[in-house]
Design a protein around this ligand. Structure first.
Ligand SMILES: NC(=O)c1ccc[n+]([C@@H]2O[C@H](COP(=O)([O-])OP(=O)(O)OC[C@H]3O[C@@H](n4cnc5c(N)ncnc54)[C@H](OP(=O)(O)O)[C@@H]3O)[C@@H](O)[C@H]2O)c1
Length: 273
C-alpha cells in the first residue's frame, strides 16, 4: 500500500471505526435472531433495544421497568426535523465553501478533523459530497413530510435509547458526508390503526420494501461518491444490517400474526432473504 493510501486510511479511522462497529453490532443482532430460539438472549432489555413499533408485539412479555422507557413511535418525525435543520445547515456551509470560497467555521473544521476528514483525495470528491448532502437533505425532507402528512402512527412505541440513537444518527450521517470533502398521505380517511398484510408492487416480493428502498438510497449515494469511498460503504453496511434486522423482525411478526401470509414472500431481499 502506498504511503498516501495508508495515511488516508489512518486519517479516516474514527468515522470508519464507528460505522464498522455499528454494522457489526447489527449483524450480530441479526445473526442472533436467525439462530435457534434456544440460543436467543432472553434478556428483556436486549429484545427491547432491537425491536420497535409493531415488532415489539412479537416479543416476550415486557416487564413494567421496560415500558417505563417507552417513547411514542410517532416521535420519528423529530429525527427528520433534526436532519433537515442540521443537514441544511451543513449544506449551507458547504455551498459557501465550494462556490463562494468561504472557509468552514473553525469549530466545524476542527470537528471534522477529529472525526477524520479526508485530506488526500482529489477535488472531484467535493462535488460528490455536495450531491450526496443534497440527496440526504431531500430524503430527510421527504421523510418529514411522510411522517407529518402520510404515515398514520398507531400507539406503537420505541425505546428511549433508540430515540436518542435516531437523533444522533442524522447528525453523524451529515458529518460523515461532509468529512469526505478534502480540506485543507394523511389526506386519506383513516379507517383503523391495525397492522394488516400489505399487498401490491414490491410488497409481492418482500415484507418490507421501504427498508429495501432505504438501502437503495444509501447505495445510490455510494454511486454518487464514485463507488470507491470506503467510509460511505461502511455507512451502507450499517444501513444494510440495521434494515435487514428490522425487515426480518417485521417478517416474523407478519408470519406469526397472519396464517395466510404469502409463503413465497421474502423479508428484505427479493428471492433471497
Ligand atoms: N437509516 C436508518 O438507520 C433507518 C432506521 C429506521 C428506519 N428508517 C427508515 O424510516 C422509514 C420508516 O421506518 P419504520 O420502521 O417506521 O417503518 P414501518 O414500521 O413500515 O412504519 C411506517 C408506517 O407504516 C405503518 N405500518 C407499518 N406496518 C403496517 C402494516 N402492516 N399495516 C398498516 N400500517 C403499517 C406504521 O404504523 P406504526 O408505526 O403504528 O407501526 C407507520 O405509520 C423506513 O423507510 C425506514 O427505512 C431508517
Amino acid at each position: 500500500m502506498s504511503p498516501w493510501a495508508w495515511a488516508e486510511l489512518r486519517a479516516q479511522e474514527p468515522l470508519r471505526a464507528l460505522w464498522l462497529a455499528l454494522a457489526a453490532a447489527f449483524l450480530l443482532a441479526l445473526l442472533l435472531q436467525l439462530a435457534p430460539s434456544g440460543l436467543l438472549p432472553g434478556c428483556a432489555l436486549f429484545q427491547d433495544l432491537i425491536r420497535y413499533g409493531k415488532t415489539k408485539l412479537g416479543a416476550p412479555p415486557r416487564p413494567a421497568v421496560c415500558r417505563a422507557f417507552d417513547v411514542p413511535k410517532r416521535y420519528f418525525s423529530h429525527f427528520y426535523v433534526i436532519s433537515v435543520l442540521w443537514n441544511g445547515f451543513l449544506l449551507w456551509f458547504l455551498v459557501q465553501s465550494l462556490f463562494l470560497g468561504s472557509p468552514l467555521p473553525h469549530w466545524l473544521h476542527g470537528l471534522l478533523r477529529i472525526l477524520g476528514a479526508a485530506q488526500f483525495q482529489g477535488g472531484e470528491l467535493a462535488l460528490s459530497a455536495f450531491l450526496v448532502l443534497v440527496s440526504l437533505w431531500l430524503h430527510s425532507l421527504r421523510r418529514l413530510f411522510e411522517c407529518l402528512y402520510v404515515s398514520v402512527f398507531s400507539n406503537a412505541m420505541i425505546h428511549v435509547v433508540q430515540y436518542c440513537f435516531g437523533l444522533v444518527y442524522y447528525i453523524l450521517v451529515g458529518l460523515t458526508v461532509l468529512s469526505q470533502v478534502p480540506m485543507d398521505g394523511r389526506n386519506g380517511v383513516v379507517i383503523h390503526c391495525n397492522h394488516r398484510i400489505p399487498f401490491g408492487d414490491w410488497f409481492e416480493y418482500v415484507s418490507s420494501p421501504n427498508y429495501l428502498a432505504e438501502l437503495m438510497i444509501y447505495i445510490s449515494m455510494a454511486v454518487t461518491f464514485g463507488f470507491h469511498n470506503v467510509t460511505w460503504w461502511l455507512v451502507v453496511t450499517y444501513v444494510f444490517f440495521s434494515q435487514a434486522l428490522c425487515a426480518f423482525l417485521s417478517h416474523k411478526f407478519y408470519k406469526s400474526k397472519f396464517v395466510s401470509y404469502p409463503k413465497h414472500r421474502k423479508a428484505f431481499l427479493p428471492f433471497l432473504f
